[in-house]
Write a protein that binds this ligand. Structure first.
Ligand SMILES: Cc1cc2nc3c(=O)[nH]c(=O)nc-3n(C[C@H](O)[C@H](O)[C@H](O)COP(=O)(O)OP(=O)(O)OC[C@H]3O[C@@H](n4cnc5c(N)ncnc54)[C@H](O)[C@@H]3O)c2cc1C
Ligand code: FES
Ligand code: FES
Length: 468
């Protein structure tokens, strides 16, 4: 049992203990280590100025994350590389050189974040096209330079010359830290158990203890003083939480699997979902944030929830009494109210795979296409045989206190002819099962209209796939 965390920072081993583990990674870098190349602008994961690269022994690769919302406590066993760690012997990295050569910075405040996100692009060995550059820069804002010259810089890098972080730190092998951590200070306790048995016992002992996953939700709440952490448990060393299994019938995803891995796992087996995840947040958020965090956060506009609902996913809860399975559609009891006891936690989720004759469409409607919170999101799944609808599932987010299935409408759709008149007629019924409110993202009337229009859009899109 350790009472400190240990990790590497730009190739050098570090130990941190006590209250310091509750600070953000960006504060640690800037104020404890004097690495002020990492900037903080928004402190809520939106602008990318704080982007750093993080590697660990499991993934054997590095990914970008937002250090402003990542708590230090979550860094055990990682190798953190900051903008200062990219250059070697005073020689800038090829990406840094390209930014200079292409006039990729004016005030320069955003620049380290851009360089780190482009490092991620090269690190993932993605083909360097303009589209991919734009995708990898979704989480980075520049207010002065404009994106043209930054993208020119990205495209001008010679991939053969751009050293990977593995090559830059070739002598370093990040050892796997499997031992448990317990850090107690007068104001803050942090537990990182090494087995599921220890994790459930701890949760039984302290039922009010909050589970922290990657803190892409919790970190924002902490920074904005909406949540003060006193006692946290982190399940990263529980092997079962890293499960990611794809078989013919279902996909099983553990609590600690981040969204970028899930996006990749679904590529080719369910492109509707992997393409949809492309619209979820930014690479920095998905490289760290988890699907289970999205589920447990229980936001009515959580983007993965409509998909999980129509796919009839099962949430696997665990406690000292063993495992308990809850159907996803029954998991939410009201606004942020879950069918989960205080001593329970989510271990994993099982998502059935779609059969070939099922048509699935996922929708996200937000003010901006990228890095925006949904106003309304939706998922619809259907089968049609000989021109008649024989199964129908629809779930909406952003139109009630939680993600909603529409059981009355679903029932009415079954047995109807698959035609425009029926979809138009039934779209008028949606209003009876949703209760959207008005807020900054859209009025109740607007949300009613969007829900109705998405339903009709589904008909138009499904028409191309239905064989009558
Ligand atoms: C800039 C930005 C953009 C975002 N964009 C989107 C978006 O496009 N769509 C969207 O839906 N969300 C978005 N989010 C929200 C967030 O990234 C997601 O909800 C993410 O999936 C949360 O995962 P996490 O691992 O970081 O959870 P955490 O923040 O660690 O935890 C979230 C909640 O889940 C609970 N929890 C975590 N693990 C467990 C467990 N095993 N058992 C029980 N409870 C648990 C925690 O106690 C907490 O209440 C965005 C956030 C930011 C900062
Ligand atoms: S400071 Fe804006 S994303 Fe971290
Ligand atoms: S150079 Fe000023 S914000 Fe990008």
């Amino acid at each position: 049992m350790r009472d400190y965390i240990q990790f590497y920072l730009n190739g050098k081993k570090q130990k941190v203990s006590g209250e310091k583990i509750s600070s953000t990674l960006s504060d640690y870098l800037r104020y404890q280590k004097g690495l002020r190349g990492t900037k903080v602008v928004c402190a809520e994961g939106d602008c990318g100025a704080c982007t750093v690269m993080v590697g660990d022994s499991d993934e054997k690769s590095y990914r970008s994350i937002n250090s402003c919302i990542a708590m230090m406590a979550l860094m055990d066993g990682k190798h953190i590389v900051t903008i200062e760690g990219l250059s070697q012997d005073g020689e800038p990295h090829e990406i840094q050189k390209a930014m200079v050569d292409n006039n990729g910075a004016q005030c320069g405040y955003c620049t380290p974040g851009f360089v780190m996100s482009l490092t991620d692009l090269y690190e993932q060995k993605t083909s360097v096209t303009e589209k991919n550059c734009r995708n990898f820069l979704t989480g980075n804002l520049c207010r002065c330079t404009g994106y043209g010259s930054i993208i020119d810089a990205a495209l001008s890098v010679d991939p053969k010359k751009a050293k990977s972080l593995g090559a830059l730190y070739s002598g370093l092998s990040i050892e796997k830290n499997t031992d448990a951590i317990e850090i107690k200070t007068p104001n803050f306790e942090f537990y990182c158990p090494a087995s599921l048995k220890d994790a459930v016992e701890l949760k039984k002992k302290y039922p009010d203890m909050r589970i922290i996953s990657s803190a892409t939700d919790l970190g924002v709440q902490i920074n904005k003083d909406r949540f003060e952490p006193h006692r946290l448990i982190f399940l990263d060393k529980v092997p079962e939480t890293h499960l990611l299994e794809v078989n013919e019938n279902e996909v099983k995803i553990g609590a600690r699997v981040h969204l970028s891995l899930i996006e990749k796992a679904y590529e080719g087996i369910e492109d509707e979902f992997s393409n949809f995840l492309n619209l979820f947040a930014s690479p920095q958020i998905k490289n760290f944030g988890t699907l289970i965090g999205n589920v447990a956060n229980a936001s009515p506009i959580g983007d993965t929830l409509p998909f999980l609902s129509v796919m009839n996913a099962k949430v696997i809860l665990v406690s000292t009494k063993g495992e308990r399975e809850v159907l996803f559609k029954d998991f939410y009891l009201g606004y942020k109210k879950l069918d989960m006891l205080p001593e329970e936690m989510i271990l994993s989720i099982t998502i059935p795979r779609r059969s070939k004759n099922e048509i699935l469409k996922l929708y996200k409607v937000s003010r901006r296409k990228d890095l925006d919170i949904s106003c309304v999101n939706a998922a619809m799944k259907m089968t049609v045989t000989n021109g008649k609808i024989d199964s129908f599932a629809v779930a909406y987010g952003g139109v009630g206190p939680t993600v909603l299935r529409l059981p009355v409408l679903e029932k009415k759709m079954i047995g109807l002819d698959f035609d425009a008149d029926n979809f138009r007629a039934q779209s008028h019924e949606i209003k009876n099962e949703i209760t959207p409110m008005s807020d900054v993202r859209g009025s109740s009337e607007y949300r009613h209209l969007v829900a109705k229009n998405l339903f009709q859009r589904f008909f138009l899109e499904a028409s191309k796939e239905v064989s009558l």
